[in-house]
Design a protein around this ligand. Structure first.
Ligand code: GDD
Ligand code: MG
Length: 347
């Protein structure tokens, strides 16, 4: 049985002030008219029915989530009392999914990515699922060919050891390095043995629980009783114990340590929407190369990025600038320096 887990508890602080702690980027329509979590769920639905799609998020986002995904069953919202990064989120979710589907495989997906070729994405996941059925101890990652030295990603070094399923190569991984230094990232780009970690994983729930037990003992101890508790006591059990988990990402906690990792090289037009530059790459522009998100009226402008949540913005005869406005804050600058927006975070 195949289930999906969507991780939707990130704070998305790099997009402040458009993305706030009350409404982070996965709940915003940064790339299209749909929000990023809606895009994520629509992408996986042709493959997995909504009854088997689970979303893990913090208590504070449950209302937003139910509003944006009204057909998501209540039991499929896995509620963390607080965000403690992806390792506890995955541990909790694997244990919860395992209650309903004993020997399930589980696809783990972030809620803030763009994928252009959705059919190819689903085909790769179908192949990955077959591979996990044949090799239940394996942890499958999706790897993308690096195109720049990116220090915000994990890097997967693969071996020559390959298996072929559905005419696709599934390659044994030699090592995994999360968020390397710029120097290392440049070196990995030159060597041809590295792929970017796409942050999407496929594994058997029992296997990932075993890996957590092995590498994250405190988290396992804090949460393991979830398996046996009654449905009525489940949330209370989570609430009482979640703060005993170790706050760390799954990449550092498990992927850098496990010996059972495989990678499928994937080409489906993937990007992590983690910066304004990524929005610039993918959001449709008007005929004058402007990106306007919100209620913007423009006259004689070109090459601008303007995003406003709360106000109406009128702009005239100004080009090559950015303006990001929300929550009582306005940040304006030269468009070429839009990456600096993240440095002004005053939240
Ligand atoms: N429920 C929950 N709780 N979700 C969380 C939490 C949490 O505490 N923290 C993060 N998430 C969600 C985010 O919303 C996002 O969808 C996903 O988990 C990944 O978290 P990020 O914070 O965006 O991770 P990252 O981008 O720095 O790094 C990961 O993704 C890269 C590719 O996009 C790593 O897996 C890298 O290795 C990878 O290259
Ligand atoms: Mg990310």
């Amino acid at each position: 049985m195949l289930c999906a887990l969507i991780m939707a508890g990130g704070k998305g602080t790099r997009f402040w002030p458009i993305s706030t702690e009350d409404k982070p980027k996965q709940f915003l329509n940064l790339i299209s008219e749909k929000t990023m979590i809606q895009m994520t769920i629509d992408r996986i639905k042709p493959m997995i029915p909504i009854e088997r799609i689970f979303v893990c998020t913090s208590q504070q986002y449950v209302d937003l989530l139910s509003e944006q995904i009204p057909d998501l069953p209540i039991r499929n919202i896995i509620i963390e009392p607080e965000g403690r990064n992806t390792a506890p989120c995955i541990a909790l979710s694997a244990l919860v999914i395992n209650r309903y589907y004993k020997n399930a495989n589980m696809i783990v997906l972030p809620s803030d990515h763009l994928i252009r070729d959705e059919e190819e994405f689903r085909k790769i996941l179908t192949t990955g699922n077959k591979f996990v059925d044949m090799n239940p101890k394996s942890i499958v990652t999706l790897g993308m060919k690096p195109s720049r030295p990116e220090i915000g990603y994990g890097y997967i070094k693969y071996t020559d050891d390959k298996q072929v399923v559905d005419n696709r190569k599934i390659i044994k991984v030699e090592s995994f390095v999360e968020k390397p230094s710029l120097e290392k990232a440049k070196q990995y780009l030159q060597e041809s043995k590295y792929l970017w970690n796409g942050g999407m994983f496929l594994w058997n729930t029992n296997e990932i629980i075993d890996e957590i037990k092995k590498f994250e003992e405190d988290t396992y101890e804090a949460l393991q009783h979830i398996r046996d508790i009654s449905e009525e006591k489940l949330q209370e059990e989570i609430n009482n114990n979640y703060n005993k988990t170790r706050a760390i990402s799954v990449d550092y906690a498990i992927l850098e340590k496990s010996d059972n990792i495989f990678v499928i090289e994937s080409e489906f037009g993937w990007d992590d929407i983690g910066s304004w530059e990524a929005i610039e790459r993918y959001r449709e522009k008007d005929t004058n190369n402007n990106i306007y998100i919100g209620n913007i009226k423009a006259n004689n402008t070109k090459n601008n990025i303007i995003a406003s949540s709360s106000n109406k913005v009128i702009i005239s005869d100004l080009s090559d600038i950015y303006l990001v406005e929300n929550d009582g804050y306005i940040i304006i600058g030269k468009k070429e320096n839009i990456s600096e927006v993240r440095n002004y975070n005053m939240s």
